[in-house]
Structure formats: C-alpha cells, structure tokens
Design a binder for this molecule. Sequence first.
Ligand SMILES: Cc1cc2nc3c(=O)[nH]c(=O)nc-3n(C[C@H](O)[C@H](O)[C@H](O)COP(=O)(O)OP(=O)(O)OC[C@H]3O[C@@H](n4cnc5c(N)ncnc54)[C@H](O)[C@@H]3O)c2cc1C
Length: 482
Amino acid sequence: MSSFSYLYRKTVSERAFDMKSLWESTVRIPKRRSAEGLYERDVVVIGAGMTGILTAWQLQKAGKRVAVLEAGRIAGGQTGRTTAKITSQHGMIYSRLLREVGQKKAQLYAEANQRAISEYEHIIKKNGIDCDFERLPAYLYSTSDRTGLCSEAAAASALGIIAHEAEIHELPFVAVGAVCFEDQAQFNPLKFIRALAAKLEIYENSPVKSVGSQIVCTDRARFLTKSVVFATHYPLKDIPGFYFLRQHQERSYVVALKNCEPLHGIYYSVDAAGLSLRSAGDILLLGGNSHRTGESRKGGAFGSLKAAACKFYPKAEIVHMWAAQDCMPHDGIPLIGRYSLWHPNWYVATGYGKWGMTSSMVAALLLTDMITGKRNPWENLFSPRRIRPESARENFRRDMKESVRGLWTGLTRGKEKCRCGEGEFRARCTHMGCKLVWNPHEKTWECPCHGSRFDGAGRLLDGPAQKSLSSGPDNKNGDKYK
Ligand SMILES: Cc1cc2nc3c(=O)[nH]c(=O)nc-3n(C[C@H](O)[C@H](O)[C@H](O)COP(=O)(O)OP(=O)(O)OC[C@H]3O[C@@H](n4cnc5c(N)ncnc54)[C@H](O)[C@@H]3O)c2cc1C
C-alpha cells in the first residue's frame, strides 16, 4: 500500500456507497405513469433530463401542447449526477472561440450562456422555486501555469462578461493564477426539476422505440405530433444525423465531503488532473479525473479524488461518491437545432461538453423559437450542420480511429463470451457491435467508441445503445428511484 493511500485510510472516513449522487439521495421526485394508448400533441420531447424538462417548459409557456416521454425516471440520466454549476465559464473557451470562429460567434456563445443564467433565475423567482439557487463568482484556476488565463480573462471581458484576473484565498492549495467571472450561479438540480416537472405532462418508464416523421412510438403508446425533440443526451437515431461521428463521451467522478468549510465561489481547474469544487450547503463536492468512457484507469476512477480529499481536507468524511458522463463535440460547441435535412420537424440537443446546465437552457430557448417559427440569432452557431474548424477535424480523425478499432475487435473477438459481473455475455455493444470493455471499478461494461454502458447483469445504463446485453427486459434507469 502506498503511503498516500495509507494516509487516506487513516484520516478520511467513509461509509458504504450506492453510487447515487447527493441530489439523488436526498430529493424524491414523484413517480409518473407510463404512456398507454393513442395521443395527439403539438410536440413530443424524448427524454426527461434537464434538456427535456426545460424544453417542454418553454414550449408549454409558448402555448404548445407538449408530452415528455422518459425511458426510466425523471432526471434519472446524467442530470441526476451533475455538479450543477450554472456558468458561462466553460474552461478556456473564449480565447479559443475568438481564434477559431471569430468575434461574432464567440460573442453569441457568451450571450447565450449568460442569458441562460438569468433565465434560470427568472424561472426560479417567478415560480417561487426553493432549489438552493444562489449567485456567486466562478473561478477558472491553475496550480502550475498561468499562461492563457490572462488572455481568457481579456477574451471573456471583451465579449461582455464581467471577468477579470483574480487571486484565490479559500482553497486549501495554492493557485498560481485564476480568472473570475462575476455573478454566476449554482443550485440543487433535482429540487428545480421536481418543481417544473409538477406542471408538465410526463410519462415515465416509456422508452421510445421508433420515431417517424409525425409519430413517436413506445411499446404501448403512439403519439401523433407535429414536432419531435430528441433530448436523450446521446441522440438515439444514428441515421440520419450521424451524431456518433460528431462526438465521443467522457466520464468524470465526484466525491461529496462533510466537515469542510463552505466555499463562496465555484471552481474549475484548467490543469490536466485538476479539481472542480463547489459547496452545497454543508457538503463540499470535489470532482475531476475525466477520461474517455471505456478507458477506465488503474487504481480506480475515484482513487485520485479520495487522495486529494485526504490531502486537502484531512478532517472530512466522504458521504457520497458518483460518476457521470457527457458528450464531447469535436469543436467544443453544443449541437442544438434541426436533427437532419431529411426531417425538418425533428430537433436535437446534445454535445454539452460537461456544461449542460447553461447549454440545456440555451437549447430550450433556441428550440422553442425554432418550433414556434421565431428567428433566433444563436441558430447558426449551434447548428448541428455547421462547418467545423480544423481543430475539430483532428478530433474527428481520432474518434474515427477509435470507432474503426472498436468495430474491428467487436467483429473479430466479440463472439467470445466473457464472464464478468453477474453473467456471461457476448461483449459486443448493442449499438454498433463494438467490443465492450469491463470496468472493474464501477462494475460495468463500457464501449470505448461511443460510450454506451451496461451493468454487471448486462442491463442498459447509458446510450447511445438502446438495448440491454442480456435477453432480459431493458431496465433503462428504471430502478434509480425506488
Ligand atoms: C461529473 C459531471 C459533472 C457535471 N457538472 C456540471 C456542472 O457543474 N455544470 C454544468 O453545466 N454541467 C455539468 N455537467 C454536464 C451536465 O450534467 C449534462 O450535460 C446534462 O445533465 C445533460 O442533460 P440532458 O438532459 O441532455 O441528459 P440526461 O440528463 O442524460 O437526460 C436524457 C434522458 O433521456 C432519456 N432517454 C434516453 N433514451 C431514451 C428513449 N429511447 N426514450 C425515452 N427517453 C430516453 C434518459 O433516460 C435520460 O433521462 C456535468 C457532467 C458530468 C459528467
């Protein structure tokens, strides 16, 4: 045992974990019935995560009759496991956007995300929602290299964000540089969603099995509709759209600590193995350790976070641990808009790059304008059909290589049966047949090409796959909130 992990065992106490997030463990969202029969609605939204709920909310406000179909439980996908910082500070994005897409588009990106923060505040205040929403500064920091932070501050402030270089005093380690964005926010995402969901027509345990140009079907229901919004995190239809060629998925990890001084800002590191921090009442959330889904690392995905907790917060107790994943688009800009040329009434929102709180609000506002026929200046910037800069092509090539390798090993070695987890499976993903990899830390099967995940019994956990490995019934998030 390394001296570090010995220290960890001695000082940071923890109890058994069910891998539910702080929010999932403390907020109960009332159950909804499944869809059954024939319905007619103006818009069907597929997926009841933050994107689906906000989009349905905005569309309903605009006078549309909307139904939301959710495969499992409301917010049972990635939204239940977010760290819920509501910020337009998305890493070093503004200096990059200025370089790659120019001043006009960079400005639109900043405006859209700043507008998203105010829209959350507006909804929360207007509807008296108790969801621990608070405004506070966001800090982008480095413990090793301040190069770039200065130009990020200048870029953001040139685009209208109140941003400046800053010193950080409340973290238990030294940051050599930081950029502060004033007036950002954080909240409890499930308390917020519970309040909105209460006013929406939502069907749970209703996985969508097929989508036509004006019809959406589950096993037991058919919805005739004018427009369809795919808010499924990873778009569920590969063709048309080809979203599996436009993004990959990354997992990251969170530990929640008790007995720490509360922070007065939200923090995100630009360093390779840096930490993300925020407080939620008397709990501190420590996040990080991202990697491509399916490439789980030796030592356990939570290992370095636990070690950091031990080093920086020696009196702390770990009270929750969880992981989640998000879609990483090749050019770092979310894909929001028309699903494809072939289906002008299908809409999609994906590729949030781990900034899905503001991005899902941007999606809700933009898609509502598109569906109700209003012009929106953000349309071209987020359009899934946009032309990508050179840097995106490099990411595309890398993802293609991964996909071809996964498909090839799936074809040549995927017939082997593997005994891991609770059964014996053909370790081929039900999405495109890529070879799956066993993750011993989370006890899951994972696809390194597109990021689908299955539990030890072969049940589907995360898409793009839509079917379990086993012949048993799909259990898409169905048992997350018992
Ligand atoms: C560790 C971590 C921390 C993060 N922290 C932050 C943060 O601090 N701030 C921030 O802005 N972003 C953060 N993010 C990103 C953010 O959490 C996500 O981008 C966001 O939650 C995605 O929401 P969504 O609604 O698009 O997807 P989801 O919440 O996954 O919702 C999609 C829903 O669609 C359903 N679905 C799928 N297939 C079907 C089907 N066939 N039929 C019906 N329903 C279906 C799923 O069951 C699911 O409920 C974080 C991400 C990670 C990984």
